[in-house]
Structure formats: structure tokens, C-alpha cells
Design a protein around this ligand. Sequence first.
Ligand code: FAD
Length: 394
Amino acid sequence: MAKVLLLGAGYGGMAAAVNMQKRRIPFTIINKHSYHYFTTLLHEPAGGRNDFDPYYVELSDILNSKEVTIVKDLVKEIRPKEKKVITEKGEYEFDYLIFALGNAPEFFGIPGLAEHSLLLRSLNTAKEIRSHIEEMFAEYAADKDPARLRIVVGGAGLTGVELCGELAEYLPHLASKFHIPDSKIELINLEAAPTILPMLDKGLQEEALHQLSKHGVQVRTNEKIVRVDQDLVELATGEQIHAKTIIWTGGVRANPLLQEAGFDCDPRGRAKVNEYLQSVNYSNIFVLGDSACFVGEDGRPLPPTAQLAQQMGQHVVDNIVAITNGQPLKPFSFHYMGTLASLGSDIGVGNVKGMRIKRSVAALMKEASKAKWLLTIGGIGLLAKKNRQFTKSV
Ligand SMILES: Cc1cc2nc3c(=O)[nH]c(=O)nc-3n(C[C@H](O)[C@H](O)[C@H](O)COP(=O)(O)OP(=O)(O)OC[C@H]3O[C@@H](n4cnc5c(N)ncnc54)[C@H](O)[C@@H]3O)c2cc1C
């Protein structure tokens, strides 16, 4: 029987895993954590909305370990010619490989950014952001250093904007816990481009900007960060912002293991794939999600999103089944469902299937998309369990 090895338990990896499990295809999944976390919602616990428990699920609660081998390990190297993957603890052979190891942060060569900024990428980094901010507020009483209450978020794409929306709601509560007046808090969102949320139309961008500003976020577009140091952000204008919390959400590139293994990659390090999602170098290796460079109808690579990763994850399994059954492969086509950005717990902006939505309707739709993913990977049982946890943790 062909050995199928799946790397990564993010959105793409889980979609592939659930599809393979449904079809009773035996496979091994390797992921650095024993759980799948909901990356698209990480701004919520990082920004203080809930506890962390509702935002992850153990792989063994979803995948049947009698048929699926679950390995908690760190992938270190891909050897495509030898059909081998090297991990921290061992090595694994494959006939078919599904590479779904997501992204790495893109720092655009800005000096000091990697060393001095926090990132929002995983459950652990979300915890780090929240506890760091709480620590800064707690320590403010001792030295009254205004930089402790100044938070700079670099990047005003989905991650940066959603995080600012959450923080704008949470920071006043945190301030009151430590008897700090709200007026002392400064939440600054810096964006090098002229607009925020580039995937939305101008009207929705303006609505998001209006809502963020109303809740005290200083959104500054056309502001390029040129240097970061300990507690310091320097802009192209020469302005220096002293802040003890600097969070970078400004860009991603593909997981570096692909380039290191010699795959043909685009400038963002994404492995080039053909219409069937096979690497252009190796037909037995499928690459998906944030790691894949799939050229869309407009001739440009599709932007990395969870919905793209999910659809690709579903599709690669159909194509592996087709190969093993000697049937023709099916070309992948992406069905864009829309984009939703939350701006705190009960407002948002976005478009769904071409319909523009705002405020509480957008927030409700975001909740619905959360429920849809839980149903996809774990059915009604997981949805009910997570709903109980969400209700308890508010
Ligand atoms: C805060 C935030 C909000 C977002 N909001 C949205 C949104 O609203 N809509 C949307 O479509 N997209 C959103 N995104 C983007 C979306 O999360 C990504 O595009 C998506 O997660 C990509 O899926 P993936 O399967 O390619 O990778 P991931 O989901 O990142 O999964 C990669 C997996 O591989 C594991 N891994 C990585 N390296 C190794 C290694 N060396 N060894 C073992 N395991 C490893 C990781 O732990 C992870 O489990 C958001 C992202 C963030 C950070």
C-alpha cells in the first residue's frame, strides 16, 4: 500500500487529514504540536477576549489513531529524491507527500524587527502577546513609563486590524484593573501601504478605519518602519516611537524548508505547483496552503488564506486517490467565499459571496465561519464542545 505522509496540521493539513480519514486512506501526519489551533481566531485570545482552551483541539480527538499515525515532531528537512522527511526525532519515508507546513514571518530586511517584535502565529505566541501586555500594565505603577502603555502593531492586513480591534476593546478593562486612566493607553497601527485591509473595497476599508478610530486606535497609513530596536520603532520620516510592546503582523513567506530542499519557488519562497497542486519538480509531492504558489486566473499567485488552504487540502486527497486508481487528475480551482475582518467581539466588516456586510452582521458571519470549520473537522460533537468552552471562558 502506498505510504502517504502529511506534514502540518493547520487549515490545509486538517482538511486533507479529514478527507483521507473519511475515505479510509491510511496515512501518517507529522506536526510540531499534538493539537490543531485556529489561527484565524488567534487575535481573540491574544487580545484578551477569551481563555485559550476553546482555540485548539487535540489531533487525537479528531483523527482515529487506529488508522492514522499521529506524530508530534518537528520537520527539519525534506529529501525529495530519496522520498524521505527528516525530523528532530527520526526519519519518515513516503510514496506521496503532502506539504502543508504553512508560513514563516517576512521581515522585509528591516533591521531589528525579527529580534525585537512579538508575532501572532500560534497559540503560544498569542499567549506571549497577552501575558506581555498584562505584565507591562502591571509594572506601570512602579515607574510610570508611558512606553509600557504604548502598543505598536506593524501591518494593517487582516491579522493586524483584527488584533487592534480586540485590543481596543480589552485594554480599557486591563487599565481599570490596574487603576490606570484610559487616556494613558496608546494603541498605534502602522501600515506602509496607503490603505488598510487591501482585500476589501474602499467603502469597507473606510468603515473599518472609522470603527477602529472610534475605539481609540491610531491607524497610520503610508508609514514605513525602517528600524526596530529594544522598545523603539523608527519610521522613514525619522520619527521614533518608544513602545515596550511591538507586534509585527506585516507579512509572511512560505516555510523555508521548501527552498532549502531545492524546490522551484517564487520570491516569497512558495513552491510552484501545477494545476493539480503537484510540485512542478516532483509529481508525488503536493504542496498546499501558505506554502504553495498557485497561479490564479489573473496570472498572479493566489494570496495565502485559510479558505484557500482548506480547499487545497480537500483537493490534493482527491488527486492522490485518482493517481492510485489510475484515473485522470482533476485541476484545482479556487472558490472565493469572501473575507471577514472582526473589529472586536461584536462588530466587523467584510464581503461574503459578493455581498458587502458591516458591523454586527459581519461579526455574526465570522462566528458562523468559526462554526463551519468546527463542523468540517469534528462534526457536531466538536462544535458543541467548543461552544461550551467559548461560553464558559467569556
Ligand atoms: C491572526 C490571524 C488571522 C487570520 N485571519 C484569517 C481570516 O480571517 N481568513 C483567512 O482566510 N485567513 C486568515 N489568516 C491566514 C490563515 O490563518 C493562513 O492563511 C492559514 O493558516 C494557512 O494554512 P496552512 O495550512 O497553509 O498553514 P497553517 O494553518 O499555518 O498550518 C501549518 C501547520 O504546520 C505546523 N508546522 C510548521 N512548521 C513545522 C515544522 N517544521 N514541523 C512540524 N510542524 C510544523 C504548524 O504548527 C501548523 O500546525 C489569518 C492569520 C492570522 C495569523
